[in-house]
Design a protein around this ligand. Structure first.
Ligand SMILES: [Zn+2]
Length: 512
């Protein structure tokens, strides 16, 4: 009887502990989800309960020994709750960037972040924490011998089994997102980039190159590639625009596709050695490199970004997972500021593009195709709604590229712009959606080239070859090799035959 009472007390304690933890930490990563039907809410509520059940497993283990509990729970609870404050109020994404910022931010900036609501929230956390500790002190039970430990082990196992089955189900949400962000931040990047010490010689020294790195845009949804809807009304009308509809990449998510595009690694041989980055080569020639990005950088290509002579990251605490992410037009003002009449500029613009959730990627005046999606839960949406929203993001892209080209035109320099999406997107084919899975459309990214009249005049052969190559099947290996071919690098090995500026008809003949 006495034992039953103790168990009751123990169950009550863990219920309250998890309720508090759920409200202050776990629930914050669900709070900003746009949902439509009762069923959407129900699904995410079950998701939340499952996640909290796995958290219960870990918290239970932590609570077995009172010294461990006193030493770890209070700092963890305060630390995680402070992060969730920003997730609740601003929908920030807990990732490596935020950890870096938290570690590297100077004291005066940190003080600026303190507001009255945050202060009140902080005192609330402390109050709740004291309450939990008091409850814990009244627990006079050996938790190691309680049957609850069985449930806690099931909770922990659930975490690992579900994560193994589908990566990110739990890991992308608090408290796990923060834990893994810290682990990732302290790990070294996977790709080992070799440095280049000698001066790179190249024959072309009067070219400006603008690289627009797109996101999740599939080739066949551009009118330029004969899509039934006119999704590229502005690009259709300007001259010197060439679309290359047959680009292939097997890497269908950003973290693996971007490093391949920016290095000499090939799609068939990712582990080439040594690995050279395009930016090291350009920096060792007389090019000036700039990176302006509207994506939270992934660890796998963070080092490439930092190689650039100038780096500006817009809105870096809101990743694709946030519903308050800024639009790509924010890239234009900093771009305008740096692009000028001089030559030898290599500017990368990294877009958030057409990444899910599509409604967050364009402004209202591009809502041409309706009805659009209004829930994040895919099964409650129609195929038509999803495609409408997606196509509206392409209209926005059309306008974005048109704006950039208008800026480039004004300077009358030998300028070329290469737009390449990092991968495509699946829109219901074979019952699949989005990307990070290989299907015809996720492996076929959109690619568009524009060049100035001055470029055309100075490099007629390159333009002719580009036009001849436009319909050929190429892989994203083209990028690294085309840039080196474009500036005619002399003392660095690359695969000229993979360049889009190379006369491939000749090449085939030579081989025959
Ligand atoms: Zn991507």
């Amino acid at each position: 009887m006495e034992k039953l009472k103790l168990y009751k007390k123990q169950i009550k304690f863990h219920l309250i502990l998890n309720l508090v933890f759920g409200i202050f930490i776990t629930f914050s990563t669900y709070y900003n989800l746009p949902l439509k039907y009762f069923s959407d809410y129900l699904i995410y509520f079950i998701h939340f309960l499952m996640l909290q059940f796995t958290v219960f497993g870990f918290l239970y283990i932590l609570s077995i020994n009172k010294y461990i509990f006193y030493a770890t729970f209070p700092p963890l609870f305060i630390f995680y709750s402070l992060f969730s404050y920003w997730v609740y109020t601003q929908d920030i994404t807990v990732s490596g960037s935020i950890i870096q910022a938290a570690i590297e931010t100077k004291m005066n900036i940190a003080i600026d972040l303190i507001s009255l609501p945050l202060l009140l929230y902080f005192f609330l956390i402390i109050g709740v924490l004291i309450f939990i500790i008091k409850l814990y002190n009244k627990l006079h039970i050996n938790q190691l011998k309680s049957p609850l430990i069985l449930f806690s082990i099931i909770g922990i196992l659930t975490f690992f089994i579900v994560e193994n089955y589908k990566f990110g189900v739990f890991k992308r949400r608090l408290p796990y997102s923060l834990t893994f962000a810290i682990i990732n931040y302290s790990n070294k990047p996977e790709l080992k980039i070799s440095s280049i010490s000698n001066k790179i010689k190249h024959r072309q020294t009067s070219i400006n190159i603008i690289f627009v790195l797109g996101e999740s845009v599939r080739a066949d949804h551009l009118r330029l590639n004969n899509y039934s809807r006119n999704t590229t009304p502005l690009l259709n009308e300007i001259k010197n625009v060439i679309s290359l509809p047959n680009v292939y990449t097997p890497f269908t998510y950003t973290a693996i596709s971007v490093p391949q595009i920016l290095t000499n690694t090939s799609i068939t041989q990712i582990k080439t050695s040594p690995i050279y980055s395009l930016y090291s080569i350009l920096n060792n020639s007389n090019f000036k490199t700039y990176w302006i990005g509207n994506q939270t950088p992934e660890k796998s290509y963070y080092s490439f970004i930092n190689e650039n002579n100038y780096v500006e990251l817009i809105d870096k605490f809101h990743s694709v997972l946030s519903f308050h992410k800024k639009l790509d037009n924010e890239l234009i003002p900093p771009f305008k500021k740096i692009f000028n009449k001089t030559t030898n500029q290599f500017i990368t613009l990294h877009m958030i593009g057409s990444h899910w959730w599509y409604e967050n990627r364009y402004s209202k005046n591009f809502r041409k195709y309706k009805p659009v999606i209004n829930s994040k839960y895919i099964p409650s949406l129609t195929k038509n709604e999803i495609i409408n929203s997606y196509d509206n993001t392409i209209l926005y892209l059309d306008n974005f590229l048109h704006s950039i080209i208008s800026i480039l035109k004004k300077e009358h320099t030998e300028t070329i712009l290469i737009y390449l999406s990092d991968h495509g997107e699946i829109l219901g084919e074979n019952g699949k959606w989005l990307h990070a899975q290989n299907d015809g459309s996720s492996t076929n990214p959109a690619m568009i080239v524009w060049y100035s009249d001055e470029f055309k005049k100075a490099h007629p052969d390159k333009v002719r070859n580009l036009k001849n190559n436009a319909d050929k099947k190429i892989t994203t290996d083209f990028f690294f090799n085309s840039i080196l071919d474009l500036i005619e690098v002399e003392n660095f090995n690359y695969v000229k035959s993979k360049s889009i500026f190379y006369n491939k008809n000749n090449y085939v003949n030579e081989e025959n």
